[in-house]
Design a protein around this ligand. Structure first.
Ligand SMILES: Nc1nc(=O)c2c([nH]1)NC[C@@H]1CN(c3ccc(C(=O)N[C@@H](CCC(=O)O)C(=O)O)cc3)C=[N+]21
Length: 297
């Protein structure tokens, strides 16, 4: 393998230590800790695991976590009531409603109800809209794309003046990732399922963010020699030899891509841990703004 590994797990750990120090300063200065509320609706095993990991990460850096678990059968109104209560709670600086929500609940309506000052996922249309505008700044940037940019920056990858390709155009990853790269003065192409010549366009890019949700779709032929490759995908593929009967692969064919890229993230241990670190980052930033506003009021 020619490529240098971008170690998301180690970088996320480093960020958590930086955040812990910042939280200690906030506690000293204001006598209060940042608070994160996590709302989980339903019994999906993967969602339960993610929520558990988020709470654990909060403990580690000194963020107080609040949690509300609602049954699969909860109504949209009940979820909205929980969000409204956290919006009004001064001890809560960030609200995360774990996605996906059960069928029958209007996800957009729930996300729109989160106060933009507490929108640590960065999914509120006002925050996304500001991200898309030159000269404007969102209060929060979505955690996964923010983690991708942080990995690139901390690995010394230059973005300004470079060609970037984003594979995938989701609201949660692809589109905000493209906007963030553009804000760093990269020239960005968003590739999606209807793009003719996707492989050729991708192979011209100095920076690739793969977030298409298709296991190992981005092969070696998609990679320009010397490119930096960030793999957002987490796909379980059956593997009878693996411990749990499956193993995780990304949206990039790692073995092939690592022969051509200069830098590449692994799966697991790449973007995933950074998503949680950026959630904590957003929560600490939101709390700091709130504490500062209270003092100057
Ligand atoms: N409102 C909301 N916000 C989210 O940020 C959100 C969400 N809903 N719904 C689900 C997705 C998924 N997500 C991940 C977070 C961490 C890892 C992670 O840490 N992965 C590790 C371990 C993977 C494993 O072993 O399962 C890794 O990639 O190394 C993965 C995925 C956040 N999400």
């Amino acid at each position: 393998m020619a490529a240098q590994l971008i170690d998301g797990k180690a970088i996320a750990e480093q960020i958590r230590q930086e955040l812990k120090a910042e939280v200690d300063v906030l506690k000293q200065k204001y006598g209060k800790a940042p608070g994160l509320a996590v709302v989980l609706v339903g019994e999906r095993k993967d969602s339960q695991t993610y929520v558990r990991n988020k709470k654990k990460a909060c403990d580690e850096v000194g963020i107080v976590s609040f949690g509300t678990d609602l049954p699969e059968t909860a109504s949209e109104e009940e979820v909205l009531q929980v969000v409204a209560a956290y919006n009004a709670d001064p001890a809560v600086h960030g609200i995360l409603v774990q996605l996906p929500l059960p069928r029958g609940i209007d996800e957009q309506r729930v996300l729109d109800a989160i106060s933009i000052e507490k929108d640590v996922d960065g999914f509120h249309p006002l925050n996304i809209g500001r991200l898309a505008m030159r000269g404007r700044d969102p209060l929060f940037v979505p955690c996964t794309p923010k983690g991708c940019l942080e990995l690139l920056k901390r690995s010394g990858v230059q973005l300004s003046g470079k060609k970037a390709a984003v594979v995938g155009r989701s609201n949660i990853v692809g589109m905000p990732a493209a906007l963030l790269l553009q804000r760093e003065d990269a020239t960005v192409t968003v590739i999606h399922s209807r793009t003719p010549d996707a492989q050729r366009i991708c192979a011209e890019a100095d920076i690739i963010i793969a977030a298409c949700g298709k296991a190992e779709m981005v092969g070696g032929d998609w990679i320009k020699p010397g490119a930096a490759v960030i793999d957002v995908g987490i796909n379980a593929v059956d593997d009878p030899n693996a411990k749990r009967g499956y193993r995780l692969v990304g949206d990039v064919n790692f073995a092939e891509a690592a022969e051509k890229a200069a830098k590449i993230t692994p799966v697991p241990g790449g973007v995933g841990p950074m998503t949680i670190a950026m959630l904590l980052r957003n929560c600490v930033d939101g709390a700091a703004r709130s504490f500062e506003a209270e003092v100057s009021a």
